[in-house]
Design a protein around this ligand. Sequence first.
Ligand SMILES: NC(=O)c1ccc[n+]([C@@H]2O[C@H](COP(=O)([O-])OP(=O)(O)OC[C@H]3O[C@@H](n4cnc5c(N)ncnc54)[C@H](O)[C@@H]3O)[C@@H](O)[C@H]2O)c1
Length: 248
Amino acid sequence: MINVAVCGANGKMGQEVIKAVNNAEDMALVARIDIKDGEFATIKDAKNSVKIDILIDFTQPKSIYENALYCLNNGINIVIGTTGLSDEQISELKSLSESQKLGCFIAPNFSTGAVLMMKFAQMASKYFDNAEIIELHHNQKKDAPSGTAVKTALMMSEENPDFTKGNCAEVETIEGARGAKSYNNIHIHSVRLPGYIASQEVIFGAGGQLLTIRHDSMNRECYMDGVLRAVRYVNENRRFVYGLDKIM
Ligand SMILES: NC(=O)c1ccc[n+]([C@@H]2O[C@H](COP(=O)([O-])OP(=O)(O)OC[C@H]3O[C@@H](n4cnc5c(N)ncnc54)[C@H](O)[C@@H]3O)[C@@H](O)[C@H]2O)c1
């Protein structure tokens, strides 16, 4: 049995993670940690009362670095879904995880389908010189384009040095009509509408053919398969991993 603690237990993701851990036959939920009305208010309180093998953190950007440092300095493996770690912080956590021989799994996107969509888009980029990304989210999302769209473009750009080839000279009569130009000329279009959760299409075009790779998140359950995979991976491999794609 893997003893799992959930930090951010009362949040939207935390609640879904608790359901998933409770349904996993090889895991036992040993602590629900949340600064607001948690069974334990801090990781330290929980550690003083129960044995934690792995802590899953879905809290907030301003807490995650301290939480991860605490875990790695106190013998607790950690799976991090919380976004907002800087590149410097990620490399500090990598060094600490290696020196302490503890697992630290960080994934900005735990949805297996979204990760596969990115990988498939990367594969297709070898064979197409024209592709555009359309990401579609609910209208309460503050940032645009989405981190997933940016990461997709980055992965595609690793396979192809220049996209949007052969287009005629373009004039935008309304600014922004052609979207944002990202890595290697890949255009990204951001749609914000109530009704969407998180979707993305990558459309490839070539003479006489179109290839569309699309992923839709219907609800937060889509992240749970990835979170549980990460817990199991860290339980068997006490090492640092950045990105769910590394274990798929
Ligand atoms: N990696 C992924 O696939 C993925 C998917 C969705 C969301 N996220 C990220 O997960 C995080 C949480 O998202 P959410 O929608 O559940 O947020 P939320 O605001 O609904 O929940 C956060 C919870 O964490 C608690 N909390 C905050 N600081 C804490 C601390 N120091 N110790 C203990 N508890 C603390 C809050 O009280 C709250 O209950 C965000 O950073 C979000 O971007 C990641």
